[in-house]
Structure formats: structure tokens, C-alpha cells
Design a protein. Structure first.
Length: 281
């Protein structure tokens, strides 16, 4: 499958790729786990930044420079994990014997200097460990290219890191297939400080507090009124108290004919829902 095509982007929506690792771990400077979930669930495409466009344009040249520096021929390829059906990696280059790979970056001057010193930013390191996991190989290469010169950093498997990464990726995947958003982090909230926001939020807090008190009182009165009915539908002084016995919901997991059946295709479209609650600060 060719990378950066509509088909490739659609395919990635139901998979966890290498570039998803950093947002899932909460270490990406560019995207949060919630952003990633929305992108995959709703098919929202990320805006192509100038840096991203530069990297794509320079990738072929960078790969050729890497091949000259290392003597290892590399071909781009999309690889699926043999152990985890939800895991994939879109590789900038994989060796002909598929024993190693290269992840190419055309980063800022500061990040390129890190590579020259043998260092890899944490958000790129997570991507490489994901790729090592998918390929089930022992080592790969991080290649930083500044447009003329390249810096090669060898990366080996970190089993403890991969175990933690796998656990968090699988947890995110469950959020994905269940259409259940992951917990919001601090960076998922836009801070609102306008006078209109402050005025309306103060009014809401007063109303919400009164409403909560009224709901508690209503629940107590409801219980007392039901007790007075002696189990009979009742009316008096302008109110009706009526008993009903609605059916319980169907436990689809206990229907033998549905065991192993993917019910996602029958799910209705999701609807937007907003929740407002008070915080401590």
C-alpha cells in the first residue's frame, strides 16, 4: 500500500501506527491522545505544516544519502504486525532482508544537532520502539537530515519500554473501536478568560448548585409520595403517581448467534454531547 494516499489514510484510521505512539504516551509536542482519537474516529485530517511538507519533499534525497553513508539499501513499505492485528508501521525504509529499517527526519537545527550527538527526542524514540515492535527486529536506524548532511543513530529494542507502550496502545485501541474517547489531559482544554466566559460561568455555577439541591429534595419527596401510595397508582392535589415496569435492556453478549459477530457495522452514527461540571480551580 502506497503511503500518503486517501486509501492509506483511511486504512490507518482503524490501526495504531508508529507516529501514534507519542500522542498515546502523552509525550508528543504536536498532538494529544484525544486529538488523535478524534482524528481517527471522525476522519479529520491533520493540517500539513510547513515542516511536514519539507520532510516529505526531502525524504527521497535523505534516503539516498543514508544508503551512501551506511551501504544499506532501503525501500519504503507499510508493515502490519504479526502479533497484534491493530498495529502497523509505515516505514521510510526497510532493508531488502527486512532485518532492519530507517526512520527519516528532516527536523529543526536544534533537533538535528541532537542527532549529531547521538540523541533522539523522546517523541521520536517512541516511534522507533513501535517500529521495532511491529517488525520484531533487534535494531533500526534514526536518520536526521538537514538537506545536505545526515546523522545516523542506531536504536536497539527496549523491551521494558515496548511492554509499557503496547499496554497503552492497546488501551487506546479499545477506546477507538468502542468509540469511547480517552481521558482528557490538561493540553486538551482551551483556557477561557474572557469577561463573557467569567460572567456566564459564575451564573451557571449558582444555577447548577441550586439545581443539585432541588434534585436532591425532589428525590426525597418522590420516595415519600411513593411510600404513601401503598403500591397503587394514585392522584391528588394536582399530581399523578403512576407505576410502570419497563423492560430491561438486551444483553447482546449472551446471544449465542452473535458471539464473534462484529456489531460495529450496525452502530448508529455518534452524536455530539457536551458536559459542564464544576472544577476545584
Amino acid at each position: 500500500m502506497q503511503q500518503n494516499t486517501p486509501e492509506w489514510r483511511e486504512f490507518r484510521r482503524n490501526k495504531i501506527g508508529a507516529s501514534d505512539a507519542a500522542p498515546i504516551l502523552g509525550i508528543s509536542p504536536y498532538q494529544t491522545a484525544f486529538d488523535l482519537w478524534e482524528e481517527k474516529v471522525f476522519g479529520r485530517e491533520r493540517e500539513t505544516t510547513q515542516a511536514m511538507a519539507r520532510g516529505t519533499a526531502m525524504e527521497d534525497k535523505a534516503r539516498h544519502v543514508f544508503e551512501r553513508m551506511t551501504g544499506i539499501a532501503m525501500l519504503p513499505k507499510v508493515v502490519l504486525s504479526k502479533k497484534h492485528e491493530w498495529q502497523m508501521a509505515s516505514l521510510d525504509g526497510i532493508s531488502l532482508d527486512e532485518g532492519t529499517f530507517v526512520e527519516i527526519k528532516c527536523p529543526s537545527h536544534e533537533v538535528h544537532k541532537m542527532a549529531e550527538n547521538g540523541e533522539i527526542p523522546p517523541y521520536y524514540y517512541s516511534q522507533l520502539q513501535h517500529q521495532l515492535c511491529v517488525l520484531e527486529v533487534k535494531m533500526g536506524f534514526y536518520f536526521s537530515f538537514d538537506g545536505e548532511k545526515g546523522a545516523v543513530v542506531e536504536v536497539t529494542r527496549d523491551e521494558k519500554y515496548i511492554d509499557d507502550l503496547l499496554a497503552k496502545e492497546e488501551q487506546f485501541y479499545q477506546c477507538l473501536i468502542n468509540r469511547d474517547p480517552p481521558a482528557l489531559g490538561e493540553r486538551d482544554y482551551a483556557v477561557q478568560e474572557t469577561s463573557d466566559w467569567i460572567k456566564l460561568s459564575e451564573e451557571w455555577k449558582v444555577v447548577a448548585s441550586d439545581l443539585k439541591s432541588l434534585e436532591k429534595k425532589e428525590s426525597e419527596l418522590r420516595k415519600h409520595l411513593v411510600d404513601l401510595t401503598n403500591g397503587k397508582n394514585s392522584k391528588g392535589n394536582g399530581i399523578l403517581v403512576t407505576r410502570s415496569n419497563p423492560k430491561g435492556s438486551v444483553d447482546y453478549g449472551k446471544i449465542p448467534e452473535l458471539i464473534g459477530v462484529d456489531l460495529e457495522m450496525y452502530r448508529k452514527p455518534s452524536s455530539e454531547r457536551w458536559t459542564i461540571r464544576s472544577t476545584k480551580n
